[in-house]
Write a protein that binds this ligand. Sequence first.
Ligand code: FMN
Length: 190
Amino acid sequence: LEVLFLKIEIPLSKFYDFFMPTPVVLVSTMSKDGIPNLAPFGLVIPISFNPPMIALGIRDNRKTHKNIMETKEFVVNLPSTDQVKLVNKSAEPCSQINKFERVGLTPLQSVSVKTPSIKECKVHFECTLEWTKNAGDHTVIVGKVVAISVDDDLPAAEKTALMDKMGPLYYGLMTYYDLGKVLVERKNLS
Ligand SMILES: Cc1cc2nc3c(=O)[nH]c(=O)nc-3n(C[C@H](O)[C@H](O)[C@H](O)COP(=O)(O)O)c2cc1C
């Protein structure tokens, strides 16, 4: 028998510290009155290939949560490492009506949903809401991807070239990462 108690037991509250870094997405949504919104989310899983589906973990006090419940749609936009400041800024609580304007991002007409995509992002997954379920302090929100649009230099690129061109942004323990390397700590961005 292995001796289990040689391992160190740690508080359950530390559980998420070991799931890092995870990719960051910018989710754009629209209120029922047609006001667009966006925010970064790290609890994101591509959960089905066919049909393509994405699962997000979103607290029920987020405006993003409210908007998705109202309109039954959202867009998952992939930011790049060079947009880290914008991403971080879009997480700040915002009383201003339109977060696109406040952060300085541009709404882009989507192909299949009314919710705008984010022009400055290179990849957009347009989603319709499939189902939601409460999971502890977050709601699991599953969307079906109904259209994908990308920058025109992306489809031809393969593997590392694709990765280089997308420059995906990662996050964990209050720090942003560039494919596993520290990019910048959040405290240095304010
Ligand atoms: C990198 C990063 C990842 C985040 N991931 C999540 C997440 O997965 N779920 C969540 O509910 N909030 C997450 N947040 C916090 C929200 O982005 C933040 O509360 C934001 O203000 C919500 O905006 P909204 O109220 O306009 O939807 C994250 C914040 C950052 C900076």
